[in-house]
Design a protein around this ligand. Structure first.
Ligand SMILES: [Zn+2]
Length: 184
């Protein structure tokens, strides 16, 4: 969420664009923050809730494998980038496995949250992390004590995990300041 994952993805993609690579960016349909672009929100001020769009790139919402098949056939990208990958369904693991075994030189970049607000592995991220040639972890700043933050703190007790990226619902915490949602 606030750890710069999307900024890092966008930075890598901009560099690749400059070198003339064709890029396809996808995001899960469930991510409702923006319609057709990946957008990262960065705290522009200390005031909580004051986020602004930092940088963006066009991104196509994808719900199932057949849609991605079509996009790849149409675009023939050199680089496939996934944002908010924790919200793709289980199908994404088999799909990426298939792409990786196709002997193509398509580069695949995945950005996502590794743990949910309960501190548990998030969606298909554990499998995707295990399959990756390289893993880069970004840390946020703890909203409470300003230490490096690796946890996502839910600010209410609601049971759902699919509210995405809203600063009123989640904030970054270090392990020391983090509380399980049930303890709120
Ligand atoms: Zn802290």
């Amino acid at each position: 969420m606030f750890s710069g994952k999307t900024e890092e993805l966008i930075r890598l993609l901009h560099r690749s664009q400059i070198s003339g690579k064709k890029i396809l960016v996808i995001k899960p349909k469930i991510d409702t923050r923006t319609n057709s672009e990946i957008a990262s929100r960065k705290r522009s001020e200390i005031t909580k809730g004051d986020f602004k769009k930092f940088m963006d790139l066009p991104a196509t919402p994808v719900e199932m494998a057949a849609e991605l098949d079509q996009l790849i056939a149409d675009d023939k990208p050199d680089i496939l980038a996934l944002d908010e990958a924790q919200f793709f369904g289980d199908w994404i693991v088999a799909y990426i496995t298939k792409l990786m075994s196709n002997q193509s030189d398509m580069m695949i970049l995945v950005a996502g949250l590794d743990m949910d607000a309960w501190g548990k592995p998030f969606g298909s991220m554990p499998q995707l992390l295990a399959m990756a040639d390289n893993v880069q972890k970004e840390t946020a700043v703890c909203f409470v004590c300003k230490a490096p933050a690796t946890m996502t703190q839910k600010l209410s007790r609601s049971e759902t995990t699919v509210e995405v990226g809203d600063s009123n619902i989640y904030e970054a915490r270090c392990r020391f300041c983090y509380k399980q949602p049930s303890e709120l």
